[in-house]
Design a protein around this ligand. Sequence first.
Ligand code: G6P
Length: 610
Amino acid sequence: MCGIVGYNGNKDCVEILLDGLSKLEYRGYDSAGIAVRKDGNIEVVKEKGKLANLREKVEKKKMTGNCGIGHTRWATHGEPSENNAHPHISNDGSVTVVHNGIIENYQELRAKLERHGYTFYSETDTEIVANLLDYYYKKYKLGPIDAIAKTMVRVRGSYALGILFEEYPDDIWVARKDSPMIIGTDKDGSYIASDVPALLKYTNQVYYIDNLEMACLKKDSVTFYDLNGDEIKKELKTIEWDIASAEKEGYEHFMIKEIHEQPEVIGKTLNSLMVDDKIDLSKVGLSEKEIKDISQIYIIACGSAYHVGVCAQYILEDLAKIPVRVDVASEFRYRKPILDKKGLAIVISQSGETADTLAALRECKEMGVKTLGIINVVGSSIAREADHVLYTLAGPEIAVATTKAYSTQLIASYALALEFAKVRGTIDNKEYNEIINELKTIPEKVQSIIDKEIDDIQKLASKLCNLDDAFFIGRNLDYAIALEGSLKLKEISYIHSEAYAAGELKHGTISLIEDNTLVIGLATQEEIFEKTISNMVEVKSRGAYVVCVVPEGSDVSKVSEYTIEIPKTNKYLYSSLVVIPLQLLSYYISCAKGLDVDKPRNLAKSVTVE
Ligand code: G6P
């Protein structure tokens, strides 16, 4: 949600800023802007719409400079417009700001500043920050650090700020609370970015700036400060992701590239959690005693990560016999949950920055419950704050609609379920080894589905792309996948779609079934196969066009108009296979409709505000 970049160094900053913003466009794309220093002046250029519009304007102006900041916006306060786009400047131009986050008390601050004669040209909370910085800067005359610290104390909410002070031409200033921000460095200069992909082309050497800290970036150094203005020492960290993983590499979209990367990243994640054909969670740091003592598991996440939680719930309860409750983070944090201190809270998040998930994690910690994060981005807020972290190795995921991160999160939940079951003695060796052996085949089975289905699904997509509605149905783990399949379809194709527990259809939703309504039925769970098929028969007899996803050899001839067969596997692992054709179908429907697959309207990849 909003992306920030900045560069101060020996190279020209304009291309670095535009290129960095292009890597962050998935975070917000309703407007963008940059501010560049040249010969003592700060030139600001902003434009509504996609980044390409800004690039065109910047190129016409032939902007150059060695120090600048940039922003791509996902509107919160104020409609998407050039006026509301960042950077924002204070009344007399002495302070220029880019901001990611939300200032909650902006109205009160605006009134205060108006009383001091400040005026406002935009509807944004960010313009208030620019003027508040200016106010403290001029009132106390103690320099940027003091002005930023006073502003940080005065504002409520979340922010990552990139700031230029007109009178400090050699510096970019930075402040952070609850919104992501990393700082990179190399021999050519210093960089800021909301996320790793914006930096990878230049450097993999980064500092993590913590909450309520500030930094000053010069061409050849970065200095960190706490709220008192005292200097803090930080360690430089190396990011392991490679540049290629953040580039399209010949694919038309990031989403299809990321779908194709799944066999590899599933394999990598699995290998990182196994030693000698056994799950090994020593890197996660949960002791056997801790695992034995868990009374209850709380899984908390948003979006697709929540859907992984729904899968994990079925598997953990069945295999490890631990009661599990799954919550959407935005509900969890406000439902005044009653938590057992012997419980374990598992938060799942690709970005590690989702505001609601982070807040839920903090709530659990405050209530004395141990926390474990299943996280993809190393050094992200949740990764830093959770008691234990299990890293998925999906690499950078750029498409807004998750695919590979989701698949690696599934692997993480299988590993937890297996380990918990083994330690708690709820699985015998035979079953354990069977599941392990099957787990090792998942990468190649995923690959075989992609290879076998890609052409046919493309054809099916061109047939289905004009539909208005779709329903995904399944029971048990298939219901969990139905949730994900349905979300994938609606978020990138804009087709109204619902997921239903197949047995629940008769309680209302079946009244929506008419001639040719698309129903995608998932039936991989042997014990309840017949029951799900009966539900499909019920919709078919009311005119539905039924597409079935089933294990190879299943007889669905009496119900299915189009059947997608997936390889057989262990009952707990089917989710990893069923999701693949559903991802492909959504992708190709979105393409057939000519939509912006990687950046669907109104969505942002990382939701860092509530
Ligand atoms: C957004 C993304 C989803 C993601 C969800 C949670 O809605 O578009 O793909 O599942 O946020 O994000 P997280 O980073 O916490 O996994």
